[in-house]
Design a protein around this ligand. Sequence first.
Ligand SMILES: [Mg+2]
Length: 180
Amino acid sequence: MKIFLDIDDTLANTSGYVKEKYNHKVYHPNSSLIKRNFYLIKDYFVLRHVRDNPVFWTELPLLDHSKDLVDYCKNEVGKENLFILTALPFLFYKKETKEFLDAKHAKTQWVKKHFNFIEEQNIHVVYAREKHQFLTGKQDVLIDDSQKNIYNWKNSGGHAILYHHGLSLEDIKIKIKKLT
Ligand SMILES: [Mg+2]
């Protein structure tokens, strides 16, 4: 069994940080299409700022539960079976460009800074639509705040836990326990 953890708005307070730094709330992938379309232009400019700031991803603050959650997962499956599976937005980062490689590096640095026991080979920086390709067996668990990622993962045969603000660390632990 492997556990795959998302970063943005699952382990890191990415929306909170964007809001504080750019005074704008980028619309979450789970928000309604109307809302996302309405704010598209503003989101676009903010995400361009993010892309042009190479250290943005290294500076993200942790969410309160993250240290305990990652430790718990490590104890459940062992560090060799614990993975970070994080995405960069397709529209702003083309693979093999400097921006993509810099952001990938910055995200890797963030993981090393907070969870130095996670080996680099266990850190995957991809596009959201590729996440389900990392599933290796039906015991694998994805913990992610995007409904779409959860849906695709389950559709490929894995277990998944949708993270949201209302879910406490204890709630997540219970859900993991049920799967192990
Ligand atoms: Mg996320």
